[in-house]
Design a protein around this ligand. Structure first.
Ligand SMILES: [Zn+2]
Length: 268
């Protein structure tokens, strides 16, 4: 990247950040964070990560509904999506990081841009519901926790101020111990946004989320009957490549040279 290009990218990002009442205490801190973000994106070739759009018809990595930029869709076990992504509902492992990055890019470059267009104002925060049903010590072992740490680190550094609320529902009793460990890795601002709930989560969720947007199995009215499998991905794994990225090797390679496969830029 030339110094001119770098300047332009910083200018664009600053503009975006200013529009969303970004909580930065000093200008130098903001500039420093932007420079680090750009360097990190460059070093890890994040700008070449593909995101699903209407045009490239890549499989989406999680269920979406109600967007213009992407057809209503559920996660499908089609070739192209790595096996790691399809397994994500059941296990936590090394591949989670690659999947998480791909989801972040999709969220910022496709979904949030679409939301902003619809709402007529910048929307750049997400509300996350993480359902722990079926989880126990097996998923909460140390390697998994270290990945939670890596993910939290990455988000706090390179996707700052993008979380609205994080609800953990159906938390197993083992999570009391886990939370003590995880909490130490998070910024106080992030901790304040996290709510850990057992099986009596319904009222807390409905306080934040309109009932028509909350899946029925979480106490809302949304059933997404027009999508295979309903509101959440439900597909099993079959004949998919095991790679550390969310998409298979062919798609990752195509994204390096094709604007269409790559989808919208982070900086636009
Ligand atoms: Zn739904």
């Amino acid at each position: 990247m030339t110094p001119e290009e770098q300047k332009e990218r910083i200018r664009q990002l600053s503009k975006e950040l200013n529009q969303v009442e970004y909580n930065l205490t000093d200008e130098d801190g903001a500039k420093d964070q932007l420079l680090k973000t750009i360097e990190w994106r460059k070093a890890n070739q994040i700008d070449f990560h593909p995101v699903a759009t209407k045009d490239n018809k890549l499989p989406v990595l999680y269920a979406v509904r109600g967007y213009d930029a992407i057809p209503d869709s559920n996660l499908e076990s089609v070739p192209g999506v790595s096996e790691a992504v399809l397994r994500i509902n059941k296990y936590m492992g090394e591949e989670v990081e690659g999947y998480h990055l791909a989801c972040n890019e999709f969220l910022h470059r496709v979904v949030m841009k679409d939301c902003s267009k619809k709402a007529g104002r910048p929307i750049n925060r997400e509300t996350v519901i993480f359902d722990c049903t079926g989880m126990g010590w097996r998923q909460l072992h140390m390697p998994a926790l270290n990945f939670i740490r890596a993910i939290a680190d990455c988000d706090q550094k390179y996707y700052p101020e993008t979380l609205n609320k994080f609800f953990l529902v159906n938390a197993p009793s083992a999570f009391v111990y886990v939370w003590k460990i995880v909490k130490a890795w998070l910024d106080p601002g992030t901790i304040a946004k996290i709510q850990i709930l057992g099986s009596d989560y319904k009222d807390a969720l409905l306080k934040q989320i309109p009932s028509e947007n909350l899946p029925s199995f979480l106490g809302g009215e949304c059933t997404c009957q027009h999508m295979d499998g309903g509101c959440v991905p439900s597909q099993a794994t079959k004949d998919n490549e095991t790679v550390s990225t969310a998409y298979n090797t062919q798609i990752m390679n195509e994204a390096k040279t094709s604007d269409t496969v790559r989808g919208p830029s982070f900086y636009e």
